[in-house]
Write a protein that binds this ligand. Structure first.
Ligand SMILES: NC(=O)NCCC(=O)O
Ligand SMILES: [Zn+2]
Ligand SMILES: [Zn+2]
Length: 484
């Protein structure tokens, strides 16, 4: 069975050109003029792009006394509806739980996925078992990224000594550490003070996490990674202070990537001042939404290349779940949705306004992360031999975002009423048409786990450089090396 995508304009991270795409089975078999196949998809007036890769989701995540409400079934269905064909979720051991044990739980949940997926592994505690199991996670399971929470004191947070030890282990294994960069100690102090002063509404969540807590933690993680000799990926960069630390590090030759979210790019802190408690609480996430200046900084980072990937951190809680925090903002489950809306929102507010080009759009939604995760060009590419994870993008198609018509299982949408221009005409997952003109054709269980090889090009280059510039003993006549 073959499929040909006809009459479209291919847009990749570096090229725009007219050609047909022939798919045989799960792969792209040919690219060129006048191709034919058993099934024809008309792409007239459309762009043919690599499907989106969302590197940051929390599907059915146990968190703050509950579970996020989108699981791998509804979450990946939402992804495909919006043109995303691969998600990377976080396997999260509870403190004291082994990494391999936690992975079994994520293996079970993910059997329902409609599109391909991979995992990051979180390091939530530290001892010899974790150190040892990291090797199996990388070498046998093909999971080469390890997340560290510098916030959520008392639950997921790790301290600097644990982070340094884990970063060094990542360096040895050719893996990449990720950080949620907020100073958890300061957040805990500020939260207690705000509550004591009677500030218990959702807006106090934002007051408890000012940009400084993010800037400080980002800079600290960058320096720790540099001392450990490992690249670093900073998730959900929301403010200039954090972006500044990343920008500076990159200019110094440090290997650091920053990931803003579509929510921080397009929604601002005024959401928390809404008189409706539910409206504000539904938007509580960490880091919180910021002001216009921070948003401008993030957009500039995407255009200039100092920020690399746009994600969602999709972690969706219903209104009822958010209400656990009535009277105490620290109990509002942290997280927002966005899987279905990331591409249309970024196209509308990024390409539609001229802040980024269509090629930059492909880079930040797909190709850059495929390279960072070392799965390029199998994913993130329109090339012969690549997986046929594709989106046929209609730049003129419009809709008004509404919870009533979304795939996500929750009862609201943080982008409610936003008008978007630019939507999938078709979404293909490994050659299978999962969305056709707004009609969903999902297949539960179609999604496959994507194993990733360690030691990508950046890890290799950085370890060579660190080895070359490592401190060396000065030989002195009559002084033995052992010190005896
Ligand atoms: N971001 C957020 O508020 N919730 C999801 C967990 C995390 O990434 O911190
Ligand atoms: Zn986080
Ligand atoms: Zn997250």
């Amino acid at each position: 069975m073959s499929t040909v995508i006809r009459n479209g304009t291919i847009v990749t991270a570096d090229l725009t050109y007219e050609a047909d795409v022939l798919i045989e089975g799960r792969k792209i078999a040919a690219i060129g003029p006048d191709l034919s196949g058993d099934e024809v998809l008309d792409a007239s007036g459309c762009y043919v792009m690599p499907g989106g890769i969302d590197p940051h989701t929390h599907l059915e995540m146990p968190f703050m006394g509950t579970y996020s409400s989108d699981d791998f079934e509804s979450g990946t269905r939402a992804a495909l509806a919006g043109g995303t064909t691969m998600v990377v979720d976080f396997a999260l051991p509870s403190p004291g739980q082994g990494l391999l044990d936690a992975l079994k739980m994520w293996d079970n949940k993910s059997t329902r996925a409609h599109c391909d997926y991979s995992f990051h592994m979180a390091i939530t505690w530290w001892d010899k078992q974790v150190f040892d199991e990291m090797e199996t996670v990388v070498k046998e399971r093909g999971i080469t990224t390890f997340k560290h929470f510098m916030a959520y004191k008392g639950s997921l947070m790790v301290n600097d000594d644990e982070m340094f030890a884990s970063f060094r282990r990542c360096a040895e294994l050719g893996a990449i550490p990720l950080v949620h960069a907020e100073n958890g100690d300061v957040v805990a102090e500020l939260s207690a003070k705000l509550l004591a002063e009677g500030n218990n509404g959702p807006e106090a969540h934002a007051y408890s996490r000012p940009p400084q807590v993010e800037g400080e933690a980002t800079n600290r993680a960058i320096m720790i990674a540099d001392m450990a000799g490992v690249p670093l990926y900073v998730v959900h960069v929301s403010c200039e202070e954090s972006h500044e630390a990343i920008r500076r590090a990159r200019m110094q030759g440090k290997r650091v990537w920053g990931e803003p979210l579509i929510q921080h790019l397009t929604l601002d802190e005024s959401e928390y001042f809404n008189a409706d408690w539910d409206h504000a609480a539904r938007r509580v996430m960490s880091p919180p939404f910021r002001n216009r200046q921070h948003q401008d900084s993030l957009w500039a980072g995407l255009a200039s290349g100092s920020l690399s990937c746009v994600a969602t951190d999709h972690c969706a809680f219903t209104t009822d779940q958010k209400r656990y925090g009535v009277g105490d903002f620290t109990k509002i489950p942290n997280g927002t949705g966005g899987l279905e809306d990331r591409l249309p929102m970024l196209w509308t507010y990024g390409v539609g306004t001229g802040r980024i080009t269509p090629n930059e759009f492909v880079a930040v939604t797909s190709t850059n992360i495929a390279k960072i995760l070392n799965v390029y060009p199998r994913k993130g590419a329109v090339l012969v031999g690549a997986d046929a994870d594709l989106v046929v993008w209609d730049p003129e198609k419009t809709k008004t975002i509404a919870a009533a018509s979304q795939q996500s299982a929750i009862d609201y949408n943080v982008f409610e009423d936003k008008e978007v221009r630019g939507l999938p005409r078709y979404t293909l997952t490994r050659g299978r048409v999962a969305v056709a003109d707004g009609e969903m054709k999902p297949q539960e269980g179609w999604g496959e786990f994507v194993k990733r090889p360690p030691n990508g090009a950046v890890n290799k280059a950085l370890s060579s450089w660190k080895e070359l510039t490592a401190p060396r003993r000065i030989e002195r006549a009559g002084i033995p090396a052992s010190g005896v």
